[in-house]
Design a protein around this ligand. Structure first.
Ligand code: B12
Ligand code: SF4
Ligand code: SF4
Length: 299
């Protein structure tokens, strides 16, 4: 890759950071395609794709981490900011550099229901070096920014790829200590449905880890779940009972959120709420981030 391409990469990174990204990395589209199954590779979305740009935006504020689960479901995720950065970047690459680009759809594949994504954003971010898989069901963690929310842009523009992170911040030293004491790390201990487990050696290296994603998903989507409401309504014996299911508080809340575009439909943050990397790494904490910025400005 020549110097021009490096300069363009830096320019795109600056653009993304100014719009609100905290992390930026590039993965080679062909490499992503060697891990993703057919139908879910970048090339299945953009035939001449060369690069996958992955961006990360920061997660909840310190105040939000202390809120009850239903409040976190409403304001914990930060997906709106991803949209602004990633859609902007895809237009910017087309208009400034003349390469076709697309904002990667972040949601599930309509052909396969509520569990399988069109594209794995975690895979993109991992290969682009802006997160490593944790013991909390493979949620990616970043040593400085904790738990980021990710978005991707696919582009025909050839860009120099980054490498996956050399070190994984998970498990944190305090988590390893807890594991040695009680046989569980904080995310495992406080998961309400106990769907996480792992075996660690004395150095904290993972020998084996398991994640029951269906149990996690059931808990994450236990209420305001339209198929469940419809099923209950069909099974209701009384007309009044049926009306209460279809028009009552839970249904109203579901439709309100669906039409108001609330950021997440996942109703559990417990593994991350107790994770020292997600909540306390220096740049994940807006209070510490502000203090660091003030200290830098004073120097
Ligand atoms: C569906 C989904 C959910 C569902 C189901 C989750 C589940 N555990 O099954 C629900 C709603 C329950 C959920 C919950 C949560 N989610 Co969610 N979720 C997704 C979504 C849309 C897909 C995740 C997924 O199933 N990936 C498929 C797996 C198999 O991907 P993978 O491990 O990388 O794939 C590997 C291989 O299988 C293969 N592969 C590659 N591509 C593909 C494609 C397919 C289809 C398959 C089968 C395999 C495959 O290659 C990879 C390398 O080995 C992603 C966004 C996205 N588009 O990626 C967000 C995402 C994973 N969720 C996210 C978050 C934060 C959460 C929650 C904390 C909720 C919250 N409160 O915000 C919880 C955490 C749960 C947990 N412990 O993992 C973030 C994670 C960010 C991070 N730092 O890692 C994502 C990336 C959204 C985002 N924009 O940032 N989630
Ligand atoms: S999101 Fe909730 S249910 Fe899923 S692994 Fe984390 S704590 Fe467990
Ligand atoms: S609490 Fe966080 S750092 Fe600790 S083991 Fe779980 S995911 Fe890893």
């Amino acid at each position: 890759m020549d110097a021009d391409v490096e300069t363009s990469k830096q320019h795109l990174k600056t653009y993304a950071m100014k719009r609100g990204a905290a992390a930026f990395g590039i993965a080679d589209a062909e490499l992503v395609g060697t891990y993703a199954p057919e139908g879910h590779r970048p090339v299945d979305l953009l035939p001449n794709v060369a690069s996958v740009i992955s961006i990360g935006v920061t997660g909840p504020t310190q105040g939000t981490w202390r809120a009850p689960a239903k409040v976190m479901t409403s304001v914990g995720a930060n997906v709106g900011r991803i949209y602004r950065v990633a859609v902007g970047l895809s237009f910017h690459i087309e208009s400034h550099y003349g390469y076709r680009s697309i904002y990667c759809p972040p949601h599930v594949d309509p052909e396969f229901g509520a569990r399988l994504p069109l594209q794995s954003l975690k895979l993109h971010a991992e290969l682009a070096g802006i997160g490593a898989r944790s013991l909390a069901g493979d949620i990616l963690l970043h040593p400085d920014y904790g738990m980021l929310y990710y978005g991707s842009i696919f582009t025909e523009m050839p860009l120099p790829p980054d490498s996956p992170m050399a070190d994984n911040p998970c498990p944190a030293p305090s988590c390893l200590k807890m594991y040695q004491d009680i046989g569980q790390t904080p995310c495992q201990k406080f998961c309400p449905v106990q769907c996480l487990s792992a075996t660690l050696d004395d150095d904290g290296d993972v020998e084996e880890s398991t994640f029951d994603m269906y149990r996690c998903a059931e808990l994450c989507q236990q209420y305001e779940n339209m198929p469940t409401m419809v099923e209950q309504a069909i099974g209701a014996d009384e007309r009044l009972e049926r009306e209460e299911i279809l028009y009552g508080a839970e249904a109203q809340s579901f439709f309100y959120k669906a039409t108001a575009g609330v950021d997440t439909n996942a109703q559990c943050f417990e593994c991350m709420r107790v994770c020292p990397i997600a909540t306390q790494s220096p740049m994940s904490d807006p209070i510490r981030r502000g203090q660091l910025a003030k200290e830098e400005a004073e120097d």
